[in-house]
Design a binder for this molecule. Structure first.
Ligand code: ADP
Ligand code: GN1
Ligand code: MG
Length: 374
């Protein structure tokens, strides 16, 4: 996908379908997402003004109903615009803004049936692939907590479920078991240790979903994909200003957002690091994010929700690990890969983090306790 499949003629045809200012003078693949094909498009007006846009080919095989997905994105971003304006913020930079197609639709379907969409490029920002300082991670915690708070009154029932059972860990576990049993590519033998690690933790998978069913945890509007490269930081102030990648905004548990951030951002190494001795869950980073997230949520989480946050971190990391491992066993059909064994490498880092969290459980619980009333 992405660069390898990029046919510039095809892109030109698509670019012309959106309501951009000026004429496209430059386009190139952009960013490090695992799901959509993302391009930067630079336009120039007759007066010589440059204007940048993000163009994305949506992943139609993962997102089965792109029309519904875009309805979510338009409604959520319009809602956020109003909240940001009411708070005196800058809605062109603090939320994604959809650039409509010439027929006023929020997406364009090309002749091959591929779905495309465009956003304003959020200027003056940087996207981080790894935490550079505890302060950045604290800021991202405040931003994700705030995101939660800004959408607290959003009518959750009106959101489409863009990927059913996205963070339903027991359902992910069943998918994983099936991938192991089928062993379509004959790869299971090369991942025995990882498979055993995952299977041994089956009992953990239902902890959060059982509490939800029992009414002990509330359903909220959540982002569900809160990794660090889904947030843009102001390049000067280094403040986290804009949350992007809204494809999976759906009803969910606060643990999904908290946990996925920790999974990616509190790791001392990259998600696909091959040298596992470099991978740990850094407690100082865990503390920075916990402090920021709880401050950002501004007292809106229940006591039980807060108590279960470490479990959110562990389960989101575990779940991502079994998703990577299942994809490795199924032949890398979901996550984009850039080398052989890429998904297995990714699964290994996740399981190393899970093990490290198990070893640091008491400390994690104490940190959450320390900030619970802040
Ligand atoms: P994926 O679902 O594939 O992760 P994203 O929507 O997260 O796709 O976009 C991929 C990357 O493109 C992001 O990590 C970010 O670097 C960049 N990006 C996306 N939208 C914008 C935007 N509006 N302004 C600036 N950069 C963006
Ligand atoms: C994908 O879209 P992106 O790259 O931000 C995935 C997440 C995983 C993540 C792992 C829709 O996120 O669920 O946690 O990769 N998104 C989807 O890096 O499956
Ligand atoms: Mg992304």
């Amino acid at each position: 996908m992405g660069e390898a499949n990029l046919v510039y003629g095809e892109i030109d045809e698509v670019i012309g379908q959106f309501q951009m200012e000026g004429k496209a003078v430059e386009k190139k693949p952009y960013g490090n997402g695992h799901i959509n094909d993302t391009f930067l498009v630079v336009c120039e007006t007759p007066e010589g003004k440059k204007k940048r846009y993000i163009l994305q080919k949506m992943n139609h095989s993962i997102f089965k109903a792109p029309e519904q997905l875009m309805e979510n994105v338009v409604n959520v971003t319009e809602y956020l615009r109003k909240v940001i304006l009411a708070q005196g913020g800058d809605p062109d930079r603090e939320t994604l803004n959809v650039v409509k197609a010439k027929n006023d639709s929020s997406y364009y379907v090309d002749q091959k049936g591929d779905y495309w969409r465009m956003f304003l490029f959020v200027e003056g920002t940087v996207c981080l692939e790894m935490v550079e300082s505890a302060k950045d991670f604290y800021d991202s915690g405040v931003a994700f907590g705030n995101f939660q708070k800004m959408l607290a009154d959003y009518p959750a029932k009106t959101l489409h479920e863009t990927i059913p059972n996205f963070h339903n860990t027991p359902s992910r576990f069943r998918d994983f078991q099936k991938a192991v049993q089928e062993d379509k590519m004959g790869r299971a033998a090369s991942a025995q240790e990882e498979i055993a690690f995952a299977l041994a933790r089956e009992n953990d998978t239902k902890v959060l979903t059982d509490l939800l069913k029992a009414g002990e945890l509330p359903l909220r509007v959540t982002h569900n994909d809160t990794k660090l490269n889904n947030i843009l930081f102001d390049e000067n102030t280094k403040k986290a200003i804009c949350i992007i990648d809204l494809d999976t905004v759906m009803p969910g548990l606060s643990h999904y957002d908290f946990g996925d951030s920790i999974r990616f951002g509190a790791s001392t190494g990259a998600e696909d690091e091959k040298d596992l001795s470099k991978i740990e869950m850094d407690l100082a980073l865990f503390e920075a994010f916990t402090k920021g997230y709880l401050e950002g949520c501004g007292g809106s989480l229940t006591e039980k929700e807060i108590e279960m946050l470490p479990m959110g971190a562990k389960l989101m990391t575990y779940e991502c690990g079994i998703r990577f491992l299942a994809d490795y066993l199924e032949g890398d059909v979901y996550f984009k890969i850039h080398r052989e064994g890429h998904n297995l490498d990714r699964a290994r880092t996740q399981f190393k983090l899970v093990k490290d969290m198990e070893d640091k459980w008491t400390e994690m619980a104490a940190i959450v306790e320390k900030y619970k009333n802040k």
